[in-house]
Design a protein around this ligand. Sequence first.
Ligand SMILES: [Zn+2]
Ligand SMILES: [Zn+2]
Length: 440
Amino acid sequence: MNRTLITASRRLLLRSVVRQSSVSRHVITRSLTQTAVRPIFKGIFRSSSAQDTDNKRQVILDQDHLFHILSKSPIAEMRDRAAIINKYGTCPVCDNQEAPKQKPTYDCPECGYPTHCCEDHYHQGKEAHKEICSVLREINEDDHDLRSGRPMREFEFPSAQGFDETVNMANWDMFFYTRSFPSMDSDRSMRHVSKLLTYPISIAAVLHESSPYKYGDQITAEGMRSIAALRTILYPKNRLVNDAQAQVRTETINIYLLGARAEATLPSHIWLQLAYLFPSTPFHIHFIGPDALAPNQEPHMKSVNERLFFTFDNAMYHDYHEKIEKFDPYTDFFFLFSPGIGHHSAREGWKPSIQKALETKCAMFITGYDEADMMNDVTAVEQDYQGEFDWVLKPTVNEYRSLKRDVNLMDLRQTIFANYGIWGIRGKRYDVTHNPEENE
Ligand SMILES: [Zn+2]
Ligand SMILES: [Zn+2]
């Protein structure tokens, strides 16, 4: 199988296995665009909402014995995961043979996952399984830890930062340290928390004054113009010198999340961590796309506090776009989390939305879940919108990717890191003028 096919099948399989149970009818009848190719891995966000009840929960797992054979786990959710693999998974030894392919039901004693169809194939494939085995072992223990019932101190996040507080955004370590996250003292805690914060902090890292992405390295000259425009709003005190009037204005930053899925289900306090990094600025986050709402929900707006607003709308972006009166590169930008623009089943469907976003001349940032995923999207954009866009941020590894690996339950050989890579473009423009008076 060539790489493209592997990537393609991976995407579809990842999606189907996870969403099947709750929304199968919805998935089948809906357009593939903006939704079909984004992998959502089982249990990503359940853990975050579980934290609220942790204090009331009884401790059920011993920290020294977090490893369990999945199919025999004391946690029902983990046993379910084994059952999904039993049903939809791939035995890697069978996969390389012409003979009928059996489902993986033999549990590897080292990682606890059902990896092969039988003991015989387990021994035949043991050498090839070795590397991923240790990864799966770590995922096994992490996932049991999340559900262990211990107090999850690492999820006690800091609140608003002071106006004079200096945050270093170089990487996760510096961010946690300078933002005074109370209990981020193990790699496991970092993995748990980064998996949720990768969404807001990937955005913040691009905007922030101490961004890890530097002009001349990853940021282009055109990109610097876009980012500098946004920063005049995000850091109003910097404008004092040449624009006394602007200093007292608070313009809202609009972030349009196209094809929003998992990020639309994050608890509000996760998104507050973005707002806290820019204490002067109100944010309005627009979660747009067919999966931005649960099937029984209507489009709606919500205010988290006086500085953070959400809109949830399950329209396709190009339809939603028509409702917005005007776009301004100083206050508006787009963010697409692993959209799969280059995927054959989604590429055409994305076109009207990408086209609309490019017309605004506002910056657009895009993540991918591994190198191949990112470059697949980059190639498609280069082919489909040639001459219509400028580079803002050259494709690079995202400092704020999830540190936790997600595994494809349909094929345990495949793992990804959410938001592994990041890049940015914007519609070609020849001149930008900004008149703050027009924004009222
Ligand atoms: Zn087999
Ligand atoms: Zn194993």
